[in-house]
Ligand binder design. Structure first.
Ligand SMILES: *[C@@H]1O[C@H](CO)[C@@H](O)[C@H](O)[C@H]1NC(C)=O
Length: 201
């Protein structure tokens, strides 16, 4: 009779490391970004909001590479499940996810991608072209597709579990981040409206 351990090895250490790094990254960048917004500690330490944002960007990018590495190692340590081995679909999803991630980085730039709004580096106008006309959060959903693509490419059920973890975390991250950044921009609108009103009188 088949048991769960034929599909997933839950006792695998690399699996734990992968799950931990998937959870750590969005929690880390949200804590750092909110602290920066409140007291501008990175702007002060690194001598300017752009420097601070570039340091955070580099840190988040590096943490992402570590996380992706842990994911690969974790899946290689897992049992293979033939029905889930769908390399063509997996490669297609990975390509689609990469297009979403890379095109949104291209559209937003470094500061737009890596929480520049928390440093006071606001964009002039919301980006509405591709890939933002496909989804409001191409970075998150593209990254989720990448995880799913690798899971199918390698035929590993544990990859599906970790992908579900990514999905849930990003979903919560969006619920937490979107209203906050919306308020940052709303605040600028109010200040600009006040300035304009002042000039007219
Ligand atoms: C999004 O915009 C791109 C380029 O402007 C366009 O080619 C594409 O059809 C649009 N997609 C949707 C779903 O509207």
């Amino acid at each position: 009779m088949a048991s769960l351990s034929d599909f997933v090895d839950l006792s695998s250490k690399p699996l734990l490391w992968s799950a931990a790094s998937i959870a750590f990254n969005p929690i880390f960048w949200n804590i750092v970004a909110r602290a920066e917004y409140r007291n501008h500690f990175m702007t002060r330490i690194f001598g300017g909001e752009y420097n601070g944002c570039y340091v955070l960007a580099f840190t988040i990018f590096s943490l992402g590479i570590v996380r992706d590495h842990f994911y690969q190692v974790a899946l290689d340590d897992q049992p293979f499940y033939a029905p889930m081995h769908q390399p063509i679909i997996g490669a297609g999803l990975f390509a689609a996810g990469s297009i979403l991630v890379l095109s949104s980085m291209w559209a937003l730039g470094v500061t737009g991608t890596y929480l520049g709004d928390y440093f006071g580096i606001l964009m002039d106008a919301p980006v509405t072209g591709f890939p933002f006309n496909v989804t409001g959060s191409p970075m998150y959903w593209g990254s989720t597709l990448n995880f799913l693509g690798v899971a199918l490419y390698k035929g590993k059920v544990a990859g599906l579990l970790l992908t579900a973890q990514v999905f849930v975390l990003y979903w919560f991250a969006l619920k937490w981040e979107d209203p906050f950044t919306a308020e940052i921009y709303a605040k600028r609108e109010r200040e600009q409206a006040k300035k304009k009103g002042g000039k007219k009188q």
